[in-house]
Design a protein around this ligand. Structure first.
Ligand code: AMP
Length: 128
């Protein structure tokens, strides 16, 4: 079956982008926004989102413009720098996670990458 991506304008990150609900912004660029997760899983827990209406990482990877793609990737790099997690400058590392769809238990249907760090995060995937 072929299904197209269906972006829901009422998701909570769309509301954040429209300024309808507040957020703790860490970085804003032309095409991206990074803000603190409201329910942090670790001392560092930032969400990086594109401003465009993309549902998931695969949607973004396929349909984003070169400008959006470049901006987003650089924004993630900048967030790692701002939060000090990157190993190259003395940080103790981080994990980047992008959940998509039901198996990954994606809760907000606007593409976001979690940048999580500041403590030992254990192994990548928990046993089921
Ligand atoms: P996911 O399960 O990957 O879709 O993750 C959604 C994330 O969004 C969770 O970590 C939530 O804590 C976070 N979240 C939900 N609402 C907000 C909000 N208003 N501001 C910041 N983060 C939020």
């Amino acid at each position: 079956i072929k299904m197209s991506y269906n972006y829901d304008d009422n998701n909570i990150f769309a509301k954040i982008l429209r300024g309808e609900i507040p957020n703790k912004t860490v970085l804003e660029t032309d095409y991206s926004l990074a803000f603190e997760d409201i329910s942090p899983a670790a001392p560092v827990h930032i969400l990086v989102i594109p401003k465009g209406p993309y549902v998931s990482h695969d949607h973004f990877a396929i349909e984003a413009s070169n400008e959006e793609f470049l901006d987003y990737t650089r924004a993630i790099g900048e967030v790692c720098k701002i939060t000090g997690v990157q190993p190259s400058s003395g940080g103790s590392g981080f994990r980047s996670i992008a959940n998509a769809g039901q198996d990954a238990i994606q809760e907000v249907p606007h593409f976001h990458t979690h940048i999580i760090g500041g403590r030992n995060l254990g192994r990548m995937i928990s046993p089921t």
